[in-house]
Design a binder for this molecule. Structure first.
Ligand code: FE2
Length: 494
């Protein structure tokens, strides 16, 4: 399905390109209280927002696919006097070290080749790991996730890179999803390692507060599947079916160094739309049919009502690999109309009965991605979800709005806060009040490329439309992928 949009204005294209290619490098800044518009709520002071995303996307004059840009971790520390301290560092992976020294691309990426020369590309053997996708606070460290290998551990204060994270060796050598889930109910961090061959093998591990694996759940999905995120309930780990096929010609070109790996995969429309449930109780794999074709990149929450499983998921009608973020190639601008042309991500509530097919209903008419909810409610019913969205209901991204969707009072209208078409919002992080799981604050980074700056915005979680409670001016920061709030309290352990 494609959606027709008016061609973007020159200013919008310019803004989008500046947002994706901003490269401020390492930062240590304090934004004083008198520069904050409004006031940082007292309850947030002492806490920290972390985010991660590609922070160096033009290397040696080559435009990188954003999936391949070096991980750039940002820490926004809310100080007791109402000021905000910003620290930013690259994740110091072997690939980063080599490319920083060389000032050009060395390791082949998922969507970018280092050279126009196939022969040179063929000689680049090491798998690229730029740890740019997620950042999770776990015990005494931050864990920066990467889809194509191992995550990296960082010091939560200095953001210095400590090295590859294996959770005491348990995922050593294993391609592990960037998305990890902290389950407050058990105090465990759940990871998912993926091995792709003729089939797709998933290994979920439940890691306790001493970094030991307390449970392992394995499943083999039929055929090739694209897995980026998963949802949890007390009984299940849940992934989208997302069947993919290899484009034989493009794969050959990729192997020969004249194309990229991401161009070699495509959605497999022949496969039955499905969702896979991997038991946490030793009951194996359950595959359920979805009502229609759908491509799930990100999940909201999931929970159980008896044997019925309820899953909230962002569902794309289709997916064109290689054009994420409007990427058009190593020497041409990013095109913000490309994400629009693929249509809206529908935010569905999927209900899976104990037997039979799933059914679904949209939770909002807006296209939603990056859904975030109460951090202690992973796997449990939660009252409200926030997401990045578009005011124009035909599209999902580039995001210009933050949305609040009430999951209890479904008659309550969505609350939306929007910026202009030359500005962009990032993932909204929900910080709930301790005494009200539906109330609190929503933090997001607004990118204002044509003004040469970004802003950290604090919104009222009950009423986004009321506008920011506090706006903190920042230098222009590159668009981030995922982040997390760290209240300053230690992560609970078993
Ligand atoms: Fe993601």
């Amino acid at each position: 399905m494609t959606t027709t949009a008016a061609p973007p204005s020159t200013r919008r294209v310019d803004a989008w390109n500046r947002a994706l290619t901003a490269h401020p490098g390492a930062l240590d800044l304090t934004i004083r209280r008198d520069r904050v518009d409004g006031e940082i709520p007292h309850a947030l002071r002492g806490g920290r927002l972390y985010s991660n995303g590609p922070g160096w996307n033009v290397i040696g004059g080559v435009n990188l696919h954003p999936f391949d840009g070096h991980g750039y971790v940002r820490s926004f520390s809310f100080e007791s006097d109402g000021s905000v301290a910003l620290r930013a560092r690259f994740v110091d992976t072997p690939t980063y070290r080599d490319e920083r020294r060389a000032r050009h691309l060395i390791d082949r990426g998922l969507g970018t080749n280092p050279s126009e020369s196939w022969w040179k590309n063929m000689q680049r053997g090491r798998a690229r790991n730029v740890a740019n996708t997620t950042v999770v606070r776990w015990r005494d460290r931050l864990v920066a996730g990467w889809e194509g290998g191992l995550p990296h551990a960082l010091d939560p204060e200095s953001l210095a890179t400590r090295g590859e994270e294996t959770f005491d060796g348990s995922i050593r050598g294993q391609v592990t999803l960037a998305h990890m889930k902290y389950e407050a109910r058990t105090g465990r961090l759940i990871t998912c390692s993926v091995r792709v061959g003729r089939k797709t093998r998933l290994t979920f591990r439940e890691i306790d507060g001493a970094d030991q694996v307390r449970a392992t759940h394995e499943a083999e999905l039929p055929g090739l599947a694209f897995v980026h995120d998963f949802a949890l309930t007390p009984d299940w780990c849940i992934v989208g079916g997302n069947p993919i096929r290899l484009r034989v010609g493009a794969l050959a070109r990729s192997l020969l160094g004249t194309s990229t790996l991401i161009r070699a995969v495509a959605t497999d429309e022949r496969a039955t739309p499905a969702m896979h449930l991997v038991s946490r109780k030793g009951r194996g794999l359950r595959t359920v049919r979805l009502p229609d074709a759908g491509w799930i990149v990100h999940f909201g929450n999931a929970f159980q009502v008896g044997e019925t499983v309820v899953v909230d998921a962002c569902v794309l009608p289709d997916f064109e690999f290689g054009e994420e973020f409007g990427y058009t190639g190593t020497s041409t601008p990013f095109d913000p109309s490309k994400p629009e042309s693929r249509g809206r991500q529908t935010f569905y509530r999927v209900t899976i009965p104990s037997a039979g097919d799933a059914r679904w209903e949209p939770l909002t008419r807006h296209g939603v991605d990056f859904p975030r909810f109460h951090p202690a409610h992973e796997g449990l019913e939660t009252p409200v979800v926030f997401g990045a969205t578009r005011a124009d209901v035909r599209f999902s991204d580039p995001f210009d709005s933050v949305i609040r969707v009430d999951l209890v009072d479904r008659s309550r209208p969505d609350s939306l806060w929007s910026v202009s078409e030359e500005q962009f919002v990032g993932e909204p992080i929900f910080v709930p009040k301790p005494d009200d799981p539906a109330d609190g604050w929503v933090l997001t980074i607004v990118t204002r490329p044509l003004d040469g700056r970004s802003e950290l915005v604090v919104l009222d979680a009950r009423d986004l439309a009321r506008g920011p409670l506090a706006t903190v001016p920042m230098p222009l920061l590159p668009l981030a992928f995922h982040g997390e709030w760290d209240s300053g309290a230690s992560v609970s352990a078993e």
